[in-house]
Design a protein around this ligand. Structure first.
Ligand SMILES: Cc1cc2nc3c(=O)[nH]c(=O)nc-3n(C[C@H](O)[C@H](O)[C@H](O)COP(=O)(O)OP(=O)(O)OC[C@H]3O[C@@H](n4cnc5c(N)ncnc54)[C@H](O)[C@@H]3O)c2cc1C
Length: 568
């Protein structure tokens, strides 16, 4: 049994930022991460991070209020406006702090942090480091955590929360290097495990972005909010769904259909390629569905050729590399074939602005959390921002909670009991062995069901059929068998254990999507094409139940901007 005052699960941007904040407040905090923190999915972020710095010549009168307006409008008015105001205000000092900590942002000639245009924003407001912004920010934060001497348990996979009488007391984790399960007791836990992209087969996300962190909270009784809002990024590579950043369009890239037409003029005549992602993805999908894909097939082109070699090599070198290596296309010479691809989980663990949840001592931040600042649709560049703004706040709030709570009780019995329960669960999987269901077959069916039935466009009949498939998969997941029973580096065990959680999160997405009889943001129903503020200007909450999610709701916090029609 290992004790720290605070355990942070996840070494991405949110987890690192939270840990550094708590450490600097004098808290004994440790990070547990299934990969070396510098390899977290945050490092794959390309395009940039938003803050109303007003450095760009065209954004001299930009303000945090304008950033807040764009965010709320982008969210299709589902974001909580107090949280959005907090984020857009904090954005400015938080970015300057990262700059002072050594994050190598790209610069304008006058030395200020460079900013580029991004989707759904009235101003060029997105700060960037070439097309490797997440990588730069992540490594800056790893350095800060090392400097603050935050202990990191790297290659530890957290399997379960330890909860006693309504209070979170730590986690149980699998030591991937040495084998075996260990209890980590704590006075508070922050979940920062990233998104649930891999519940879809067509995702831009890392293999480890499974949503299992959300599932652990869900199983411990914490509701998940707004799960049905799944962002499809307009431009994933055709064959692998690897992301081609929105920064490519921010730098002037075009979207072309099979007729060589910049079709966005029909859908967003003002914003064109820089309409928000929900609108751009739907426009691409409509072109494809109506037979105007390239050669009538299921993709369109992202064309960067007119930007010229110099600009592509300076501003988008990573995009060029990815296109060459994974699609066999050099964007200097040829247009890039792209399709809308699952990209971001707007929903997640229901938290307040300090990352606090309904479970005492349990916090969440980053993509696994839903504060909510993204509502029905996240603007590009607001997610990296969310990780550092709300990671910092969660770290501070957890530190305060620890200072306010009395001495920790003896957790030996609880720790022993929870480890035994995890060992029994894995023992059960191993006992079934190869005679049990193949977890990889179940996973593949789940991810294609989500892609085919809960995609860019949705309707009741397609979703009902998908929900039936998901409920059948839920049955099967109870019978999966563990093939490999070795103690050390047992990735088979990790993939098998997390599958049940993934199916539960996917079922939450499905149930929320069927229940929400309107179209808002990324949730676009052909049978309910209009936004319905009378009935649905509210968050959905999914509560875990062994037979499937139980849905409730929660009001949206307005205050700054009244809902309007969205035009771009
Ligand atoms: C390809 C791509 C490009 C993007 N580009 C941008 C962009 O330009 N701008 C922007 O604003 N946003 C972008 N995003 C979104 C943004 O990068 C993410 O939302 C954000 O980085 C998530 O950070 P996080 O800290 O919440 O999680 P992550 O960075 O995903 O980190 C999760 C951490 O949790 C750990 N973990 C997970 N489960 C467990 C477990 N069970 N036990 C132990 N550890 C666990 C992992 O090891 C990892 O350290 C992009 C996303 C992708 C996928």
């Amino acid at each position: 049994m290992i004790h720290h005052e605070l355990i942070v699960v996840g070494g991405g941007l949110a987890g690192l930022r939270a840990a550094v904040e708590a450490r600097n407040a004098g808290i004994d905090v440790a990070i547990l991460s299934q990969v070396w923190p510098g390899r977290s999915h945050s490092g794959a972020a390309q395009g940039g991070v938003n803050a109303a710095l007003a450095n760009h010549p065209e954004s001299a009168d930009d303000t945090w209020e304008k950033h807040a307006f764009d965010t709320v409008k982008g969210s299709d008015y589902l974001a909580d406006q107090d949280a959005v105001a907090q984020m857009t205000k904090d954005a400015i000092p938080v970015i300057y702090q990262l700059d002072q900590w050594g994050c190598p942002f790209s610069r304008f000639d006058n030395g200020t942090i460079a900013q580029r245009p991004f989707g759904g924003a009235g101003y060029p407001r997105t700060c960037y480091g070439a097309d490797k912004t997440g990588h730069y920010m992540l490594h800056t934060m790893v350095e800060r955590a090392v400097k603050a001497e935050v202990p990191m348990y790297v290659e530890w996979f957290v399997t379960r929360l330890m909860v006693d009488e309504g209070v979170c007391r730590g986690v149980v984790a699998y030591d991937m290097i040495k084998g075996g399960f260990e209890a980590f007791t704590a006075d508070a836990v922050i979940m920062a495990t990233g998104g649930a992209g891999r519940t879809y087969s067509n995702s831009t996300n890392a293999i480890i972005s499974t949503g299992y962190g959300m599932a652990m909270a869900y199983h411990a009784g914490v509701p998940l909010k707004d799960l049905e809002f799944v962002q499809f990024h307009p431009t994933g590579l055709l064959t692998t769904n690897i992301l081609m950043t929105e920064g490519a369009r921010g730098e002037g890239g075009y979207l072309l259909n099979g007729e060589g037409e910049r079709f966005m003029q029909r859908y967003a005549p003002k914003a064109m390629e820089l309409a928000p992602r929900d609108i751009t993805s739907r426009s691409i999908q409509t072109e494809i569905n109506e037979g105007r894909g390239i050669d009538g097939k299921g993709f369109v082109y992202l064309d960067l050729r007119h930007l010229g070699a110099e600009k592509i090599l300076e501003k988008l070198p990573g995009i060029r590399d990815l296109a060459i290596h994974f699609e066999g296309v050099d964007p200097i010479e040829e247009p890039i074939p792209i399709v809308p691809s699952q990209h971001y989980s707007m929903g997640g663990i229901d938290t307040d602005m300090d990352g606090a949840t309904d479970l005492a001592g349990f916090y969440a931040a980053g993509e696994c959390a839903c504060v909510s600042v993204h509502g029905g649709n996240r603007l590009g560049g607001n997610s990296l921002l969310e990780t550092v703004v709300f990671g910092r706040r969660a770290g501070a709030a957890a530190a305060q909670h620890i200072r306010n709570s009395g001495p920790s009780p003896d957790m030996t019995v609880l720790a022993g009991r929870t480890v035994a329960a995890v060992e029994a669960q894995v023992g059960g999987l191993a006992a079934r062995g190869a005679a049990g269901e193949d977890p990889y077959a179940v996973r593949a069916e789940m991810t294609t069901t989500m892609k085919d039935h809960f995609g860019v466009f949705r309707d009741a009949a397609t979703m009902h059929a998908g929900l039936d498939k998901m409920l059948a998969l839920k049955e099967r997941v109870g019978n999966v068998g563990l093939r490999h029973t070795g103690g050390v580096l047992n990735l088979d065990m990790i993939r098998t254990v997390e599958l049940e959680g993934m199916v539960d999160v996917a079922l939450g997405i499905a149930a929320g999507a069927l229940a929400r009889t309107e179209s808002r943001g990324s949730h676009s129903r052909t049978d309910y094409p209009d936004r319905d503020d009378t009935h649905w200007l509210k968050h959905t909450l999914a509560h875990y139940h062994p037979e499937g999610p139980r849905l409730g709701s929660k009001p949206v916090t307005l205050g700054m901007f009244e809902p309007q029609e969205r035009k771009y």
